[in-house]
Design a binder for this molecule. Structure first.
Ligand code: NCW
Length: 438
């Protein structure tokens, strides 16, 4: 059965940050620091999904999806990041999973979608090797409770984006600006993936995935300098997180002046590279890269993509980039590529309700239609794609952009928490009922 779903993440939708013994996450801390998030927004209330989850499950049931990708809030389960388990936190996900199963919706749970317990950040966060073991402990705790009903587990969401925005540039929590010194964050997340995968399997998880944010890289010209720059960016964005998991080795980082990946110990790559049941792929847009005009400390420069429409975020809309990405993965990894799940794809649009209250998001419909066709094209070119999840079910807390970027199939009026399905919700329902595959 091809999985059609929607995706969300805990800090972006749950709210209820002080309910039932939840501990603090790095995003609670970061969002409350003045100037970090647009308009001073925080996830304190978000979509209040913690209290409204059953309404949200019914929205999915009426949408007709057969799967739902959500993330578990680590500090709800282990408020101090380690040690004592908060049963009330587990009970929440237990109720959610039962609610999904009752509607025939297959749960797909992400362990880490960026909301690290603050207590672990205080011990070094992902710069500390120990955090990898803590992820594995947490994986064991949640799988022991939920793996009897949750068949699909995703260890990490977009470890590249978490490393770059959280630890290299500081625009996301925990707000560190370490530039290339953030590289150990990549290794420790990947090690955490491998250890967590073992713990999940030991507790009966059926399918274990990791989700990477991937982008097809297009050189700005065919000059040798631009080709070299594009290759360097491809290594950093795509291969740094795919190669260790799929091939058991790090790519050559010499373009970055790095002789060997830091923080790696004997045996780590074997843990990281154990067989996967699927690769989760989040696709938003391709990247056009040129050689830097003047020295920047990096071997590439973003040339920007022109000639395409853009989303409210300013991201170019290039549906064929998804076909290019998927077929490129197959060409690069061959038999080492497990089945692929498109675990996120979608767009932010202004989505202002009309005078009649209708949210007529035709641009999102065109976006989804074209991207689903691109998945179909990749499948007919031989890529084994098993699922497609729209980001997102609901408008939600879009990290540093606060509530200003709306990605939902369902509009949320945040002051009243009123949910209104957009035109794209009705379109997606028709699309997935009219054909069982892309
Ligand atoms: S910001 C981002 N997102 C959005 C977010 O809501 C979701 O939680 C994420 O999984 C929508 O999907 C992901 N992704 C960052 C994409 C930009 C990466 C560019 C990095 C260049 C250095």
């Amino acid at each position: 059965m091809f999985l059609w779903g929607t995706a969300t993440a805990s800090y972006q939708i749950e709210g209820a940050v002080a309910d039932d013994g939840r501990g603090l996450s790095i995003w609670d801390t970061f969002a409350h620091e003045p100037g970090k998030v647009k308009d001073g927004h925080t996830g304190d209330m978000a979509c209040d999904h913690y209290h409204r989850w059953s309404e949200d499950v019914m929205l999915m049931a009426a949408l007709g999806v057969n799967s739902y990708r959500f993330s578990i809030s680590w500090p709800r389960i282990l408020p101090a990041g380690r040690g004592e388990v908060n049963q009330a936190g587990l009970d929440f996900y237990d109720r959610l999973v039962d609610g999904l199963c009752a509607q025939g919706i297959v749960p797909a749970a992400t362990l880490f979608h960026w909301d690290l317990p603050q207590a672990l950040e205080d011990e070094g966060g992902w710069l500390a090797r120990d955090t990898a073991s803590r992820l594995a402990d947490y994986a064991g705790v949640v799988a022991a409770r939920l793996a009897d009903r949750v068949p699909i587990w995703i260890t990490l969401n977009e470890p590249f984006v978490h490393m770059v925005f959280g630890y290299a540039l500081g625009t996301h929590a925990p707000g560190r600006m370490l530039f290339l010194d953030a590289l150990p964050v990549a290794h420790h997340q990947l090690l955490g993936h491998g250890l967590a995968a073992q713990a999940l399997r030991a507790h009966g998880a059926e399918r274990v995935l990791v989700t990477n944010n991937l982008t097809p890289v297009r050189p700005a010209s065919s000059s040798a300098d631009d080709l070299r720059a594009a290759d360097a960016y491809d290594i950093l964005h795509n291969r740094l997180f795919n190669d260790p998991v799929l091939l058991g080795r790090y790519p050559d980082l010499s373009a970055f002046g790095v002789d060997a990946m830091p923080a790696v110990r004997d045996g780590d790559l074997a843990v990281i590279a154990q067989p996967l049941d699927g690769l989760g792929v989040n696709y938003y847009n391709p990247t056009r890269i040129r050689a830097p005009g003047e020295p920047t400390g990096l071997p590439f420069d973003d040339a920007g993509i022109t000639g395409y429409p853009t989303t409210a975020f300013g991201w170019p809309v290039v549906p064929d980039g998804l076909r290019e990405l998927l077929t490129g993965l197959k060409a690069r990894y061959g038999d080492a590529l497990p089945p692929v799940y498109v675990t996120e794809n979608g767009c932010s649009q202004p989505d202002t309700p009309g005078p009649d209250g209708v949210i007529d998001d035709q641009d999102r419909i065109a976006f989804l239609d074209a991207h689903i066709q691109a998945v179909g094209a990749a499948m007919s070119e031989g890529v084994d794609v098993r699922g497609y999840y729209v980001w997102s079910l609901l408008d939600n807390f879009e990290w540093a952009e606060g509530y200003t970027q709306r990605f939902g199939l369902v509009h949320v009026d945040f002051p009243t928490q009123t949910r209104t399905p957009k035109a794209s919700y009705h379109w997606f329902k028709n699309r997935i009922t009219s054909s069982s595959t892309p």
